[in-house]
Design a protein around this ligand. Structure first.
Ligand code: HEM
Length: 435
């Protein structure tokens, strides 16, 4: 295994019979398991979850592109069929908040296409370009706040606030509330693990309902007085073919799933993963520092490829599907494991290494592919670019603070999130406090 993503004793199943992805130790370093599945069981039914896991690059692209056979619809949206904890959560939403509607990411065409039109308009290139200057200023401001200390917790002091403040400004939220919002987004994805107790599900649902009560008055204000922000566009633009704007329930689903979790947690995790990769690959750090103009864009792609903040997302089989001689039955849940495809040697040479000269770096599946391709990718790319650029412009050298990092990830099936990242650094003599 390469020097990166090293763990003392990663779980290395000897055969697919021993493999599972529903285990916190496996998820801590899933790459040996991905490699085994890619080679020996490219269509693998996980015995612990019943989910069908797809791991080869070409197969994953096919899954993303073939919307006739693979649906984004999630069974959790069929409210009448909910049982157990899922039903309890649904009833709590009914009683105290808003039952989240189907998000953009969970819809199929034609509804997906119609809804995506208002999102594409809201995320138009002109707006992302206008945000670029804001992202840059904020990245340097955040570094300036801790540069004289010579050390920081990079997750808390940089990787969380950068994307979260940017999205707060666009979604009508107040910057001072970012830690409250972060607590809600953490609860959101922690409430989606396997084997959760009833108490855990209720806690996560209550947290989401708190967030709904925070956002609801913002929707109402923007309906009365549009203000040109991204959320204002989403609230007020009618969906083509629907004859109406998004309902409160649909907007609440967007706020949590697609925007604050999908758009902010992911970028946070990519920023922290990038600094961890640089700490473990001093040669890459030197190369990047020597010529950021040449290498930085590729580095941003390599981070998303190698550490895939979204490790995988589900699809549902619309029909019986046979692939590599294995039949996935109609109705089965499929896990498109983007992170496994991103290290497929059939697509990427030396797939476990950061390669700043990699020509096909951007062909990774970290932002998915096809019709559900990440809507926020242009913004995420600018946040990663300015995040790392501000770091390079200020830091001469750095290392992980001895004794302060366990470098473990929060155990989550879908998202890969470093808990913390303490670093100590020396400052560049020619440091730049503005970009
Ligand atoms: C490094 C950061 C990011 C990563 C790795 C990432 C990853 C992804 C992935 C893998 C999907 C595909 C869903 C699928 O195929 O089912 C997706 C969709 C989406 N992302 Fe991102 N994302 C990032 C940043 C953002 C940002 C900054 C935003 C917005 C502020 C955003 C908003 C969305 C939305 C709305 C969708 C749904 C698109 C659709 O279904 O049409 N993402 N993202």
């Amino acid at each position: 295994m390469s020097a990166i993503n090293r763990m003392d004793n990663p779980v290395c199943p000897a055969s697919p019979d021993e493999a599972t992805l529903a285990d916190a130790e496996v998820l801590e370093c899933p790459y040996p398991t991905y490699s085994l599945l890619r080679e020996q069981a490219p269509v693998f039914q996980d015995p612990r979850t019943g989910i069908w896991v797809i791991t080869r690059y070409e197969d994953l692209r096919m899954v993303c592109l073939d919307t006739e056979r693979f649906s984004n619809h999630r069974p959790s949206n069929d409210h009448a069929k909910l049982t157990g904890n899922a039903r309890k959560a649904y009833e709590l939403f009914l009683e105290k908040g808003w039952v989240p509607g189907e998000s953009l990411a969970a819809r199929d065409d034609p509804e997906h296409k119609q809804m995506r039109a208002i999102f594409d308009a809201a995320f138009r290139p002109k707006r992302i370009k206008a945000l670029d200057g804001e992202v840059k200023v904020l990245a340097y401001e955040l570094i300036n706040a801790f540069i004289d200390d010579g050390h920081c917790n990079f997750v808390k002091q940089f990787a969380v606030p950068l994307p979260l403040i940017i999205i707060c400004r666009q979604m009508g939220a107040t910057e001072e509330d970012i830690w409250q919002i972060k607590a809600w987004t953490d609860a959101w994805y922690r409430g989606r693990g396997f084997d959760l107790s009833e108490a855990e599900v209720i806690w996560a649902t209550e947290m989401e309902i708190q967030a709904q009560h925070y956002f609801q008055p913002i929707f109402e204000r923007l309906r009365r007085a549009p203000d040109g922000t991204l959320l204002s566009d989403l609230v007020n633009t009618p969906v083509p073919g629907w004859g109406r704007t998004l309902s409160d329930n649909e907007l609440h689903a967007e706020m949590m799933q697609d925007t604050f979790v999908g758009g902010s947690e992911t970028t946070t995790n990519a920023l922290s993963a990038g600094i961890m990769l640089l700490a473990r690959n001093p040669g890459v750090w030197e190369q990047l520092k020597a010529d950021p103009d040449k290498h930085l864009r590729t580095f941003c792609e390599e981070v998303v490829r190698l550490e895939s903040p979204v490790q995988g997302l589900t699809r549902t089989a619309k029909t019986d599907i046979t692939l590599h001689g294995v039949t996935i039955p109609k109705g089965a849940v499929i896990d498109a494991r983007f992170a496994a495809g991103n290290r497929d040697p059939a697509q990427f040479e030396r797939p476990d290494d950061v390669e700043l000269e990699r020509r096909n770096a951007a062909s990774h599946l970290g932002y998915s592919s096809g019709t559900h391709y990440c809507l926020g990718a242009p913004l995420a790319r600018r946040e990663l670019y300015w995040g790392f650029k501000a770091f390079i412009d200020n830091v001469e050298d750095f290392r992980l603070t001895p004794g302060r990092n366990d470098l473990r990830h929060y155990p989550n099936y879908g998202l890969r999130a470093l808990n913390e990242l303490h670093i100590e650094f020396t400052v560049r003599a020619d440091r730049r406090s503005v970009g």
